[in-house]
Design a protein around this ligand. Structure first.
Ligand code: GCW
Length: 681
């Protein structure tokens, strides 16, 4: 059997267990839908698609049936009797949340999928299908679930020429050349996939923005996409190039306090809403890595962000203003710049501005401590940005299950309001009582047939969506769901492969950047090792800037005796990181410069620990191959082989990482490799 992976986790394969299948069929004899919005139509279509896959030839609808039926519709469209029955449950749903509940009315059993909004109903439909896909019992089904975060959004770093910055799965799925008239069916499948995990927004163009996207020619194209996405509750957002008033507006300046500039943006926003009445708003990268911004006019981030906020407010649009800023004028530590530039402005941003902060203060490393801005701006809306695409983790070749990383960040304790002030509470707004919340992820999607270049990396898109919906979920149970939906419900497959996924995150840390090392990837493309001096003009782009290896030792002193980046954390966290003995060893060299013979908790030297970690990473990469090789009987041939080839590359490259890094650092440590570490060849 061939499976090219196009259907993602929405495989809807025939339910193997025939007893279970019969049970399901006896409870779903017909679909009664209420309301006829595009979204409700999409619900029915999805159910039909799902049922015909899951039940195969056994599936038929009994148009006469009123017992054992499925009821679909928003609560206000349901019959009075249903409404009455669900009165208490409805009180529990928030925003686009949903109810799936078995009820009995006059002896007739029904499974009702309802919500306050049609999008909520759609989320319920996908959830119900997931229950079937993962073989859950539905006799007594009662699920009430609501998103904990408002804006759950993908950021595509897709350029208008279809190249994708840091994209490893082919070209952009958005074919600007053929839009608006050619509507690739893939756009609909993209919307379905996103809706199935609760993603409700997408920024379709790169943060390194091209102002042309804001011209009528492109807005027509964007509108075509928005029309396709709308029934799936997926809102379109665009990046706004700060200098657009000059580049496409013919103005002499883009100064955010200049009246002509303000008017230009006001008019531009009005125009966009004419094309797309539910346009979501802008994502802006300003004054970072050479992008234009308010500082070019001696203004600050507040001036810039609030200018957009004013233009968007009448239409309920939002501005996601990125905190990923750093400049060549930053003297000591790049990790400090975002906090330094933003925190003093806490409380100054308008209500429809949300500051988008990367999960760590450097840049999407295999492991970073949480960004010190989380919890540090109680009077400002703040969202998190993850990078689903693996810029620093082996592109689309290496199997890294990222929800484990996302969870680690979300669970980190900021101590901003005492113990338990975890990042998830900042993100869902509960820590500081926020009205606008968000989670964004840099997309790993491209036009490769399987969307993400590697079948397993679909799980990162999936897991991102699930955690954006509920940042308190556990990565392991997400992996479980995903495996069952994507491959099979066989426990002998699911259990070992779930463990393999969970461990894969630590494995990549081990063979790339153990013990707090970071940004030692090859210069520019960031694929593969390159701890040596890069050919770059800016010091903070050079790997040596981050590891600071010399004959005395290795690591970046960010404590009070060094760059003092630790001072940007709450006092409890600051103290923990300032003290080498209380710094978790996973972050050791992030915060401390230590001698090669420094003894870690296991009594071994730093050098030996580094070497052993690299070796461990290699061993683990090799073990992934053995685990996978045992699974041939459970997986279709094409996906099995493709994954196998990828794992072999990963193993080869893990050795490349180990050998390069150890040979490089050994020049400074001048110490022998400990037993158990293979000699580089
Ligand atoms: O991670 C870095 C990347 C850039 C990217 C930038 C950003 C879009 O190397 O390619 O630019 O971050 O997040 O803006």
């Amino acid at each position: 059997m061939k499976n090219n992976g196009y259907n993602l986790w929405l495989q809807y394969t025939d339910i193997e267990n025939s007893t279970l299948k019969k049970k399901y069929l006896s409870q779903i004899k017909n679909i009664h839908s209420f309301g006829n919005s595009e979204t409700i139509k999409a619900c029915v279509e999805e159910l039909e698609r799902g049922f015909s896959g899951l039940f195969g030839d056994d599936y038929f609808l009994d148009k006469e049936a009123s017992n054992n039926v499925l009821i679909i519709g928003t609560i206000s469209n349901l019959n009075d009797i249903h409404q009455k029955n669900l009165k208490e449950d409805v009180l529990q749903i928030k925003k686009d949340g949903f109810i799936i509940k078995k009820i009995e009315i006059n002896g007739n059993k029904k499974i009702v999928i309802t919500a306050k909004t049609a999008t909520g109903v759609l989320y319920g439909v996908f959830r119900f299908l997931r229950e079937l896909q993962t073989n859950q019992p539905i006799e007594q089904i009662k699920i009430i679930d609501s998103p904990k975060v408002d804006v759950r959004i993908l950021n595509h770093w897709d350029n208008l020429d279809r190249t994708v910055e840091r994209g490893y799965a082919g070209f952009s799925i958005f074919d600007w050349h053929k839009l608006p008239d050619f509507k690739d069916p893939r756009y609909l499948d993209y919307a379905r996939a996103n809706a199935s995990i609760g993603i409700n927004g997408t920024v379709v163009n790169n943060v390194n923005s091209n102002a042309l996207i804001l011209t009528p020619m492109y807005l027509e194209k964007v509108k075509a996409l928005a029309d396709i996405f709308r029934p799936y509750g997926l809102k379109i957002y665009l990046t706004a190039r700060f200098s657009a008033p000059i580049e496409i507006g013919g103005l002499k300046t883009a100064d955010p306090l200049n009246e002509d500039v303000k008017n230009w943006w006001n008019e531009k926003v009005k125009e966009i809403y004419k094309y797309i009445p539910d346009f979501g708003g802008f994502l802006v990268k300003a004054n970072s890595e050479g992008q234009p911004g308010p500082q070019d006019y001696d203004r600050n981030h507040v001036d810039g962000a609030n200018m957009f906020a004013d233009a968007l407010a009448p239409f309920k649009g939002i501005v996601m203003w990125r905190a990923f800023v750093y400049s060549e004028h930053n003297p000591t530590d790049r990790a400090k710049q975002a906090y330094t530039e933003f925190v003093p402005y806490d409380g100054k941003f308008k209500d429809n501005v949300i500051i988008q902060v990367k999960n760590g203060a450097i840049d999407f490393q295999p492991r970073e401590p949480f960004h010190p801005m989380f919890g540090a701006m109680p009077n400002t809306n703040l969202m998190i940005e993850f990078q689903i695409t693996q810029e620093y983790m082996g592109g689309a070749t290496h199997l890294v299950y990222q929800p484990k990383l996302f969870q680690e960040v979300l669970e980190a304790d900021t101590y901003r309001k005492g113990k338990g002030s975890i990042v998830a509470k900042v993100i869902d707004g509960s820590l500081h009582n926020k009205k606008l919340t968000g989670v964004s992820g840099v997309s790993n999607i491209g036009n490769d047939i399987n969307w993400t270049g590697n079948h397993f990396l679909q799980s990162n898109w999936y897991g991102f969506g699930r955690l954006a919906w509920n940042p308190y979920l556990d990565a392991k149970s997400i992996a479980d769901e995903w495996l069952r939906m994507t491959f099979t419900n066989e426990n002998d497959f699911v259990n070992p492969i779930k463990n393999m996924m969970i461990d894969s995150r630590e494995t990549v840390v081990n063979y790339m950047t153990p013990l707090g090392l970071h940004h030692i990837m090859a210069t520019n493309h960031h694929y593969g090792p390159g701890p040596w001096v890069g050919n770059l003009s800016r010091p903070e782009w050079n790997p040596v800037y981050y590891h600071k290896a010399n004959e005395k030792g290795v690591g970046f002193n960010r404590t009070k005796t060094g760059s003092n980046a630790t001072a940007q954390y709450a006092p409890e966290v600051e103290e923990m990181f300032n003290n080498v003995s209380t710094t978790p060893e996973i972050y050791l060299l992030w915060f401390h410069h230590l001698p090669w013979d420094y003894k870690l908790k296991n009594g071994k030297t730093l050098w030996n620990n580094i070497a052993l970690k690299y070796q461990q990473g290699v061993n683990e990469a090799e073990n992934m191959i053995s685990s996978w090789n045992l699974m041939e009987q459970y997986v279709d041939e094409s996906r099995f082989k493709e994954i196998q080839m990828m794992l072999n590359i990963q193993y080869k490259e893990a050795k490349w990482w180990r050998d390069s890094c150890l040979l490089y650092f050994q020049q400074f440590s001048k110490m022998k490799l400990p037993d158990g570490v293979e000699k580089p060849n």
